[in-house]
Design a protein around this ligand. Structure first.
Ligand code: PHE
Length: 355
């Protein structure tokens, strides 16, 4: 038997037995690789006498072609078999019950932040953000609250180091500092975000949300502050008339300072905002202290303005009748399902932030 015939017999049966692509590839390189059997036969061809060369060359070429055809047919066949096997295993059972799915809800706090931001953006406020981990300077010193100032103790601060240099911000007021340090007046911003104090009961949570407001320009007065807050409260609670009072207070970073109460009454076990003779505190505010402006290199003889800090969670509780603050942060899906908002349901006073 000639060498060519031997190869033919041996490899035809080898190919017959090959069951997968891996085996086929192995045979392929055995035959056609750099030192493969067929390549070597071409080297043998060169040593043949002129007479033998012709028949050897034609036999060798025929064998080469036959082997290549067998291999590519076999590859095709194995691929089809693999696809069929897959289809077989992935058969869909149309009699199975469908999988239930849940639509997510928007948390009342996120909802209220969106509502508040859209109300303020209508009157020209832009939104700023600051980090939850702050330095002591931005949170206190720059806000006219030097070391040993009693207001520092009142904040029940979570410090993150022994030197008390880094902390979890106790209010959103440091965003005032960051905004004024990085820009030039006028400023007209709001800054919603998380704040932290070591305090926990039905109306206090160690993590809560505030919204800071800051408006600095050449002739901004307490009258503007009053007008702005009056507008905001009416829009937020969707009422035409609001009873509101400014109570003198103290914050180191504002002078004069005030706390704002809104009137309410209880009717049929429900809280009604804007009427009655009961008062509810909802925010702190005042005219930004000249020392704060000096600390952020804003000319306090030329510029002045107001700032306010609103408790967001409190507003959410009031507007949507939620009575325990701690439930906000317990991540109970049933609670969220009840109090949360449908992402596609746009509330009446939501105008969209993109406007
Ligand atoms: N930062 C104050 C607080 O957390 C609130 C406030 C903000 C008061 C801005 C005045 C001006 O209590």
């Amino acid at each position: 038997m000639s060498e060519i015939e031997k190869i033919k017999n041996q490899f035809f049966s080898k190919l017959e037995e090959a069951k997968d692509l891996e085996k086929l590839n192995q045979i392929k390189s055995e035959l056609f690789g750099k030192n493969g059997i067929i390549s070597n036969q071409f080297k043998v061809l060169a040593t043949k006498s002129d007479e033998d060369k012709k028949t050897f060359a034609s036999e060798l070429n025929t064998l080469k072609n036959d082997l290549q055809i067998i291999i590519s047919k076999k590859v095709e066949k194995i691929k089809i078999e693999e696809i069929n096997k897959k289809l077989e295993n992935e058969k869909i059972d149309v009699t199975l019950p469908e999988r239930s799915f849940r639509i997510g809800k928007i948390h009342p706090v996120s909802q209220v932040i969106d509502e508040i931001s859209s109300i303020f953006s209508e009157i020209g406020f832009s939104v700023e953000e600051g980090p939850d981990v702050e330095n002591e300077y931005n949170n206190f010193t720059a806000l006219n609250t030097p070391k040993h100032h009693p207001a520092r103790d009142m904040h029940d601060t979570f410090y993150l180091d022994e030197d008390k240099k880094t902390l979890l911000r106790t209010h959103t007021s440091p965003v005032q500092i960051r905004t004024m340090l990085k820009g030039k007046p006028p400023f007209k911003i709001i800054a919603p975000g998380r704040t932290y104090r070591s305090d926990s009961d039905q109306t206090h949570s160690p993590m809560f949300h505030q919204l800071e407001g800051l408006h600095i320009d050449q002739d901004i007065s307490m009258g503007h502050l009053k007008g702005c807050l009056n507008y905001f409260i009416k829009e937020f609670f969707e009422i035409d008339k609001i009873k509101m009072r400014f109570r003198p207070s103290h914050f180191p970073f504002t002078e004069p300072s005030a706390e704002v109460d809104i009137g309410y009454e209880i009717k049929n076990d429900q809280i009604v905002i804007g009427e009655g003779n009961k008062w509810l505190e909802i925010l702190g505010c005042g005219m930004v202290h000249p020392n704060v402006l000096k600390n952020v290199r804003v000319d306090h003889k030329k510029f002045q303005g107001y700032a306010f800090g609103i408790g967001i969670d409190r507003l959410a509780m009031l507007k949507y009748g939620i009575n325990d603050l701690r439930a906000f942060f317990e991540c109970d899906y049933r609670w969220l399902n009840h109090y949360g908002f449908d992402p596609l349901d746009v509330p009446t006073n939501y105008r969209g932030l993109s406007k």
